[in-house]
Design a protein around this ligand. Structure first.
Ligand code: NOJ
Length: 539
């Protein structure tokens, strides 16, 4: 094991996370360092210059731990070990250190709601049998019905569209709960050992120099001990957003404060007030803004989403986050190129017609919009390349979401395809000597980093420029400016810098300005802002 890296010199700014650009690395698909078809830590280390040039402040790594990969690594068998497909713990430490030397912080992804069925705790629970203390770490129950042949309750799967139950019965008669796949048994968070173990895991990674932790399924950990049936709308829910969670996150915060570490919670909740409770000063620092991520390309909708976001964060003093996509949802350029430009897991389907040129134009404008807003911005790998959602041949799909929907949901692999780095190289320079774990579409050479780097009009060039220039907005609030219907216009930096986005059908006149700082696309010949275009201006 290498030296703990927490003593590494980092830029001193303790508030970095309030306005950071954070790049999400889906390790399996970022870059393949050893050529075996799967992305790995060696691949990430070799591509750190790309991330430095992009100008991001931090990297969030989706789980890199030992895992049977039944859910892309969100089924963890050992939270303190790196999966051999990705590398070693020593390499993770090197990666954290090397990124740190480039001024880039690291965020790891902790999965506290469930473990892999190969985790030693679950294996011990299976071996120990019904009623054992080992089973008390999970939710084991007898079934209902005369012979216990019915599941203990009727909770819906957290894989939207899944037709499968959330309980699996063992040969010894006991059932166990798994909100996701049967290979991801849910932990019992009422058990003190579960809490202790996770605080130790947090310390383990903070000791290795990570600056933050993303918390998977953060609002699902606590369960009603009676495990009653689910009744739509009944408050409190037996498994979502329960009050007990806040006590858990207060203890986590005490741990992270020892290291100046920060949290970002995966908190999907429709109720803004309930969402904001997780962001109180002694709980999580930030949470993903899924309301913004799922919002359609519509001026009123986006403005409402921005206003509601800022209003809900203000009372708790937490910064907003701005997210356009991640490894679970349809890629931005595809989503914006469809008739329904919002995102909803329930409506994902094969063969949805898509206008990629339109989607790309909007995604460019959306990039300038989100990078101009006050708070932290997340960029999902490949978003800076304008990658579309890929069509994965059905016989190559690996995502359990597809299988658990009985094959009706295309699943999430379309946004998890290996990145193209070099147009002329095999597999577009992903690094593999053999077929990568998911196929790259034939025409993806045109999206390759080396090609886009040479093209000032590429998505990559836009992201590089925007992230470099973004500090001109400062960290202060935004002020909306008067604008025609369908146009979003706001000022920041005490009125010195403006962002204008035209979502209306007709070109819009720009407000008075002294300089055009950056545009997502060409202006009209009369200087007006065309549809689906954004600009940054100096007032
Ligand atoms: C959310 C993660 O982002 C997703 O990829 C995973 O399938 C579920 N949580 C379960 O861990």
């Amino acid at each position: 094991m290498g030296q703990p890296t927490h003593a590494l010199k980092q830029p001193k700014d303790r508030d970095w996370w309030r306005s950071a650009v954070i790049y999400q690395v889906y390790v399996r698909s970022f870059a393949d360092g050893d050529g075996d078809g799967t992305g790995d830590l060696a691949g990430v280390r070799s591509r750190l210059p790309h991330l430095a040039e992009l100008g991001v402040d931090a990297l969030w790594f989706t789980p890199w731990y030992l895992s049977p990969m039944k859910d892309g690594g969100y089924d963890v068998a050992d939270y303190r070990a790196v999966d051999p497909a990705f590398g070693t713990l020593a390499e993770a430490e090197k990666l954290i250190a090397e990124a740190g030397e480039l001024g880039i912080r690291t965020i790891v992804d902790i999965v506290p709601n469930h473990v892999s069925d190969q985790h030693p705790w679950f294996r011990a629970a299976l071996a120990a049998g019904p009623g054992s203390p080992e089973r008390a770490l999970f939710h084991f129950r007898p079934g209902r019905g005369p012979d216990g042949e019915l599941p203990p309750n009727d909770w819906p799967s957290q894989f939207v569209g899944s037709t499968e139950p959330v309980w699996t019965r063992l040969p010894d008669g006991d059932w166990y709960l798994h909100l996701f796949t049967p290979q991801q048994p849910d932990l019992n968070w009422a058990h003190p050992a579960v809490r202790q173990e996770h605080e130790d895991i947090l310390r383990f990674w903070f000791e290795r120099g990570v600056a933050g932790v993303r918390i998977d399924s953060a609002a699902l950990l606590a369960k009603d001990p009676q495990l009653p049936d689910f009744v739509q709308g009944r408050d409190p829910s037996p498994f979502v957003d329960r009050d007990e969670l806040h006590d858990i996150y207060r203890s986590w915060r005490a741990v992270s404060d020892e290291y100046d570490g920060v949290f970002v919670g995966e908190v999907w909740l429709p109720d803004a007030e309930r969402f904001a409770r997780y962001l109180r000063p002694d709980e999580l620092h930030t949470a993903f803004n899924f309301a913004f991520m799922t919002c359609p390309w519509d001026a009123d909708g986006l403005r409402t989403s921005i206003d509601e976001t800022l209003a809900e964060h203000a009372p708790v003093g937490a910064p907003a986050t701005w997210v356009l996509c991640n490894h679970d949802v349809t890629r931005t350029v595809t989503r914006y190129g469809r008739t329904d430009t919002g995102f909803d897991f329930a409506t994902k389907a094969f063969g949805t017609p898509t206008d990629l040129a339109l989607g790309t134009r909007r995604a460019r404008a959306a990039a300038l919009l989100s990078l101009a807003l006050p708070g932290a911005v997340y960029v999902y790998q490949g978003e800076e390349l304008g990658l579309p959602e890929a069509d994965i041949p059905v016989d190559r799909i690996q995502d359990p979401m597809h299988f658990r929907s009985n094959g009706t949901d295309p699943g999430r692999d379309g946004c998890r395809v290996p990145l193209p780095w070099a147009a002329a190289a095999p597999y577009a320079g992903f690094g593999s000597r053999e077929e990568p774990w998911l196929p790259l579409p034939e025409d993806w050479a045109s999206y390759a980093v080396d090609r886009q780097a040479e093209d000032p009009g590429s998505m990559l060039s836009l992201y590089r420029m925007a992230i470099t220039i973004r500090p001109v907005f400062g960290v202060g609030p935004l002020t909306w400016l008067p604008a025609p219907d369908g146009v979003l216009a706001f000022a920041r930096a005490e009125g010195a810098v403006l962002c204008v986005v035209n979502l209306a059908e007709t070109p819009a006149s720009l407000p008075p300005h002294t300089q055009l700082i950056l545009a997502s696309g060409p202006l009209a010949s009369d200087g007006r802002l065309p549809k689906d275009t954004a600009v940054w201006l100096r007032a």
